[in-house]
Design a protein around this ligand. Structure first.
Ligand code: DGJ
Length: 537
């Protein structure tokens, strides 16, 4: 049993945010933000992530304009959707695109990173106090505004501070200020934290470089020293902003990460922004930035190996696993079942619908994934972390998937491609072998075992077969399929298609029995909602 830290709350109760992130410029105009809300509803989502831009809310230094924020609050309430605001300010994808003009045009005061060749980079230096103070002041103004306008409704459930922070174009700031910090001793607090941890990637790199008790960044870490120094500086910078924001507004605050594990050689400042909370330096963020509730990976890979590698690295006791950006594909089911994903967002919701706000055909499968997860949220809140939530995912060329449950064995098969007798029911017109076969779809879903004899299934194009696990000292003959099909596939008290109501209670909408259950498995399709299966001994 793993304790799942539910960072997001609504009305004081644990909340599983599900939805998408709007495209980067959608907060600049009402049409695009409106479309983003509409798509969240099409996705069966409950939360929209949308940027708030520093250049818009503080067009002149000290003069704030929160019109865009107010509009978002009104729309979100109209659509009954929660918001996570993304504070696009000092950093956006490793550059300073969203800083106001008065910051961008005054590099003397708002210092930029200087790269190794002496040229400045389009990136505000984390070593410059004016940068920090200006960003912090604007962020605190935003938080105060939210406190004033949203304390009652609590439409905003969290804030992401910056976006994929770090430096693109250099591993560190080679300006005189940056150089002085680089040559100074590594702060004792970091050495103490490494010693206390006694393991992990930062610790290992320190040990590999000799494990010295004191010294500058190169002496302690070798070539990664520049990135480590930048990481501590950027983590502390964002932490100061989070601290100041939280002093006025009690909301979860997190950072997202441009991952280092991608399709390029993992060189900081080249393959990913240096100083961002990548796997290698995640510990530094966790040790040194106590006001940041979650370090959340933008976990996009389609392939399960890369996705799971990232999920495993960021799902830790001290870091709940959240994906503020994802591809919204089958990996979401893996994240939920195996890594206790506490919230998931698809990036780029505006693409999903056409000009008539209809889901484009190529996004239908994604919508179906979200429908499945959305319908199971009350169960996820209850059973994630208990080992009772299982993902069903049809892998390439996989005939069936075995699922090990408490007292029960499960076999998931895909749509009509079953080795058991064919068929589902009249609503799914491929019930018999002589019917036209549908295009090959991918089976996926979740099975949640709520009790020794209580199962819930959501999914699409898959079917589950249940059998009791053998017990006792010898295998009884009736436990073999050949002996008695009825006994092996029996034990079903009831099968109901239904949904969860607002109080999280299951409501049965349609009962299945007879031909629709006998030896055909427990199938789920787009229109079957949540399937509740009650068994007996
Ligand atoms: C990751 C960033 O965080 C997003 O804002 C966006 O730029 C996507 N990449 C790709 O479009």
């Amino acid at each position: 049993m793993t304790e799942v830290k539910r960072v997001f709350k609504v009305d004081g109760k644990p909340f599983f945010p599900l939805g998408g992130q709007s495209t980067n410029s959608s907060g600049y105009n009402d049409n695009e933000s409106e479309r983003a809300f509409e798509v969240i509803k099409l996705m069966h989502g409950n939360t929209l992530e949308i940027p708030v831009y520093w250049d818009i809310v503080e067009p002149e230094e000290g003069k704030f304009d929160f019109t865009m924020v107010d509009k978002l609050l009104v729309s979100a309430r109209r659509f009954e959707v929660k918001l996570i605001l993304l504070w696009f300010a000092t950093w956006k994808n490793g550059n300073m695109d969203y800083a106001p003009a008065w910051v961008k045009t005054n590099p003397k005061r708002f210092k930029r990173v200087i790269s190794q060749n002496g040229k400045d980079v389009w990136n505000l230096s984390s070593h410059c106090k004016d940068n920090l103070e200006a960003d912090k002041k604007a962020f605190v103004a935003l938080c105060k505004h939210l406190k004033m306008k949203d304390s009652t409704d609590q439409t905003v459930i969290g804030i992401q501070i910056q976006n994929e922070s770090g430096i693109m174009g250099s591993d560190r700031d080679y300006s005189p200020e940056g150089q002085a910090i680089f040559e100074a001793p590594v702060p004792a607090k970091l050495i103490t934290a490494m010693k206390k941890a006694g393991k992990g990637r930062v610790y290992d790199i320190w040990q590999k470089a000799g494990g010295k008790e004191a010294g500058n960044w190169t002496e302690l870490f070798g070539w990664p020293g520049g990135e480590f120094m930048t990481t501590l500086s950027i983590a502390s910078y964002i932490d100061r902003i989070a601290e100041a924001g939280k002093a006025v507004l009690n909301l979860p605050m997190f950072v997202n990460v441009w991952m280092m594990e991608g399709n390029w050689w993992p060189i900081p400042g080249e393959a990913y922004p240096s100083g961002g909370a990548v796997t290698k330096v995640l510990d530094i963020y966790k040790w040194m930035a106590q006001h940041i509730d979650i370090v959340a990976p933008d976990n996009y890979p389609d392939d399960s190996r890369s996705y799971e590698n990232n999920a495993a690295n960021y799902s830790r006791d001290d870091n709940p696993y959240l994906t503020p950006e994802s591809a919204g594909d089958l990996n979401m089911f893996r994240g939920i079942a195996q890594y206790n994903l506490i919230g998931n967002f698809f990036f780029g919701v505006n693409y999903i619908a056409d000009e008539n706000c209809q889901v484009r055909p190529e996004y239908q499968a994604l919508i179906e994934n979200f429908r499945c997860v959305s319908s199971a949220i009350p169960l996820l809140l209850k059973y994630q972390g208990t080992g009772k939530v299982h993902a069903i995912i049809q892998e390439y060329k996989q005939a069936a998937q075995y699922i090990d449950m408490d007292g029960w064995m499960g076999i998931a098969e895909w749509g009509e491609r079953t080795t058991r007798p064919q068929g589902s029911d009249w609503r799914h017109a491929t019930g018999y072998v002589w019917h036209p076969q549908p295009e090959m779809k991918i089976g996926r879903g979740l099975v949640i075992q709520a009790g020794p004899n209580e199962f819930y299934l959501v999914g699409s194009h898959c079917r589950l077969f249940l059998r009791r696990k053998p017990t006792g000292d010898t295998l009884q003959s009736y436990q073999l399929v050949s002996e008695s099909m009825i006994k092996v596939y029996g034990y079903i008290v009831s099968v109901d298609e239904g949904h969860f109501n607002k109080n999280g209670e299951f409501v049965a909408d349609r009962r299945r029995n007879g031909d629709e259950i006998f030896r055909r498995g427990l199938w789920v399709e787009e229109d079957t909602g949540v399937l509740r299966v009650i068994t007996c001994d």
